[in-house]
Ligand binder design. Structure first.
Ligand SMILES: [Mg+2]
Length: 275
């Protein structure tokens, strides 16, 4: 009964407003991570890191005969954990490419024979892509994701965007492309590319401007996400919000205190609010 009345309110709102844009979050909104657990998550990244180290040896940045692997892994994991903590606090992103660069410089200063003075951006990007490659096969779109985006793409003057807090832009693009979903988006923005994370309002305003919209258009746009960072950030710039309920709770879950929040269980329910 409560859900029906909320639905009615937003339908009226959206009917009255001219819906100009809809922005989706990526993780747990459009895609799900199969059976998530801390162990699985770390195992996935450890495998990626070992592959990245192999690439560095192939490219002669690291010497095959140097016993550097464990120090590299320790330095990388330490730097990544610290960067993540800082990112959560400051809402600034520390891209994976930057973490690799910092770790290589650190190991060189520690006395290892690391050839990192003229590291090309392409190599750093390749390392970051390999590091995140295992993640690419774990994230799968929800079964309703494609039909929802397909239906939205039929509204010819509706702009469709995506904002993801992710430290590697290419990984998000790869996952959309490999699932044949990239074509539905006018704009893809990641915190890796922009430098700031949701809920910082700047990343929402930047995305709207890339969609050809202005600050004043925010009230005529919807943000669809699964966590506080999505809802709080979108609320700060005056967007409408639809919260997709997640099956799993995050250990650091923050309560969302925005009034009259529209909550959906399945992504295709977004279509119920658009007319
Ligand atoms: Mg999410």
């Amino acid at each position: 009964m409560l859900r029906d009345s909320l639905k009615f309110t937003l339908s009226i709102n959206i009917f009255r407003m001219k819906l100009k844009g809809i922005i989706f979050d990526f993780g747990f909104t459009l895609f799900s991570f199969e059976d998530p657990s801390v162990e699985k998550y770390f195992d996935c990244f450890n495998r990626g890191l070992l592959k990245s180290i192999e690439l560095l040896k192939d490219k002669s940045v690291l010497k095959e005969e140097d016993e550097i692997d464990q120090d590299f892994i320790n330095a990388f994991n330490r730097k990544r954990a610290n960067s993540f903590k800082l990112a959560m606090k400051t809402k600034e992103e520390f891209p994976t490419t930057l973490i690799f660069k910092t770790v290589l410089t650190f190991l060189k200063e520690k006395g290892y024979n690391v050839k990192c003075d003229n590291l090309k951006d392409e190599l750093l990007e390749e390392m970051a892509e390999i590091y995140h490659s295992c993640e690419e096969s774990e994230w799968k779109p929800f079964s309703e994701t494609k039909m929802t985006l397909e239906a939205l793409s039929r509204f010819s003057d509706l702009k469709i965007g995506l904002i993801s807090n992710h430290p590697n832009h290419k990984t998000i693009n790869n996952m959309l492309k490999s699932n044949n979903l990239r074509k539905y988006f006018d704009v893809i923005v990641t915190s890796a590319e922009f430098g700031k994370r949701k809920p910082n309002p700047d990343i929402f305003l930047y995305t709207l401007s890339k969609m050809g919209l202005e600050v004043n258009d925010a009230k005529d746009c919807i943000m669809v996400g699964d966590e506080a960072a999505d809802a709080v950030g979108a609320n700060r710039v005056g967007m409408q919000i639809i919260l997709k309920k997640r099956e799993y709770e995050f250990p650091y879950e923050r309560e969302i205190t925005i009034p009259n929040l529209i909550v959906i269980k399945s992504i295709n329910e977004v279509l119920n609010y658009i007319s």
